[in-house]
Design a binder for this molecule. Structure first.
Ligand SMILES: NC(=O)c1ccc[n+]([C@@H]2O[C@H](COP(=O)([O-])OP(=O)(O)OC[C@H]3O[C@@H](n4cnc5c(N)ncnc54)[C@H](O)[C@@H]3O)[C@@H](O)[C@H]2O)c1
Ligand SMILES: O[C@H]1[C@H](O)[C@@H](O)[C@H](O)[C@@H](O)[C@H]1O
Length: 339
């Protein structure tokens, strides 16, 4: 710990926030946690315990505190907007967990507030941009060795859903990651979204359309299919196969050692995102801390505009799900500030 450390305030001390509190305390250099804010004071205290940070029940106390240089937001997406606007007004860098906000109008308000402040302060926690396999796939697509990209086949599987998880959330809470990775991998915008589904799995809670198949069209003519299956039972799996004119590349197929034992062979399947993307979260946080110490954001991360574009795609996806129709994505003009 040094006087030069970035002093971080954390908002939201649930599953993700508690994990980020440990991450900052144990693994991120040149950063230290100084305050944790959560209306659930007990959770705030639990996440702060052993880190040297204080616990607050009012998140705005954390944002306004003079000893907080930068902010991590890990509260539910529905409450991100006022927290982001307060941090932008104070002029401190923010790493906001996905989604930026749950709808495009509120995301655009965040974009406009940041542009008006005239400084890049917000980055969105699309951690796949820091996953070594995704980074390699993006580099491979960039070399042109696979030829022009034609298709992406994606599978996004969670072992099970928490109570209250809805069919719409499968789009704006889960497929939001594929909307971001599609834009990032291909450097193209999303033009339209369609959603279909088979009969639901017997393991899905009553009323949940699980699995679903989301088809994404891009402005460059690439077609992306995403299987989103959030009660697959066996674990956490995120795969992506890129098909180009001259070859294919698959990531997320398997991890860890392939074990042969007792007349069987196999390996372990991660059980959740903390396991599968732990290294990506660490990298995302370390790079953010370095940038935030300079009062800035990491150019490798998703910015507020990326958060807005993903929110607009989610909106089209939720509408496509409700109407059964292919739905075009409506995007505002991208300000020069984000080019
Ligand atoms: N990048 C990823 O893979 C990933 C994974 C999981 C969750 N997330 C995101 O992280 C965020 C939190 O998700 P979670 O699973 O930890 O949720 P959670 O429900 O476990 O925790 C949310 C916490 O926020 C607190 N909270 C509620 N209202 C608040 C407010 N106004 N201000 C401050 N705190 C408030 C709650 O009391 C709770 O402790 C969400 O945006 C979610 O989408 C991202
Ligand atoms: O909030 C979580 C998180 O974003 C995970 O990375 C994703 O796999 C889940 O589907 C989603 O519910």
């Amino acid at each position: 710990m040094s006087d030069q450390d970035l002093r971080v305030g954390l908002i939201g001390a649930g599953k993700m926030g508690a994990d980020h509190a440990r991450r900052i305390h144990e693994r991120i250099s040149n950063a230290r946690l100084v305050a944790v804010g959560d209306p659930d004071g007990e959770r705030a205290a639990q996440a702060a315990a052993g880190t040297g940070a204080r616990a607050e029940q009012d998140p705005f106390e954390v944002i306004g505190a003079s000893d907080v240089d930068a902010l991590v937001i890990a509260s539910p997406g529905a409450v991100h907007e006022p927290l982001l606007l307060a941090a932008i007004e104070r002029g401190i860098p923010v790493l906001c967990e996905k989604p930026l906000t749950p709808d495009s109008k509120s995301s655009l308000r965040v974009v406009e507030a940041e542009e008006a402040r005239g400084k890049h302060l917000v980055q969105v926690g699309f951690m796949r941009r820091f996953d070594p396999e995704y980074v390699e796939l993006k580099q491979l697509l960039g070399t042109g060795d696979l030829g022009r990209a034609l298709l992406l086949h994606c599978a996004h599987r969670n072992a099970e859903t928490p109570p209250g998880f809805t069919s719409q959330m499968m789009i704006y809470d889960s497929v939001v990651h594929e909307f971001d990775t599609t834009r990032w991998l291909l450097d193209q915008e999303i033009s339209a979204v369609s959603v279909r589904w088979p009969h639901s799995s017997g393991a899905a809670p009553e009323g949940l359309l699980d699995p679903q198949v989301v088809t994404i069209e891009t402005t460059g003519g690439v077609l992306v299919d995403v299987e989103i299956f959030v009660n697959c039972g066996f674990g956490y799996q995120v795969r992506c196969e890129a098909v180009g004119e001259r070859g294919t590349a698959l990531i997320g197929a398997s991890r860890g050692p392939l074990v042969h034992q007792s007349a069987r062979w196999g390996g372990a399947v991660p059980q959740d995102f903390r396991d599968r993307f732990g290294a990506a979260f660490d990298q995302e946080f370390q790079r953010w801390a370095h940038a935030a110490r300079r009062g800035s954001t990491d150019p490798a991360a998703a910015d507020a505009w990326d958060g807005y574009a993903a929110a607009a795609a989610c909106e089209a996806g939720v509408q496509a799900q409700a109407t059964g129709q292919r739905t075009e994505v409506e995007l505002a003009d991208r300000p020069d500030f984000y080019s």
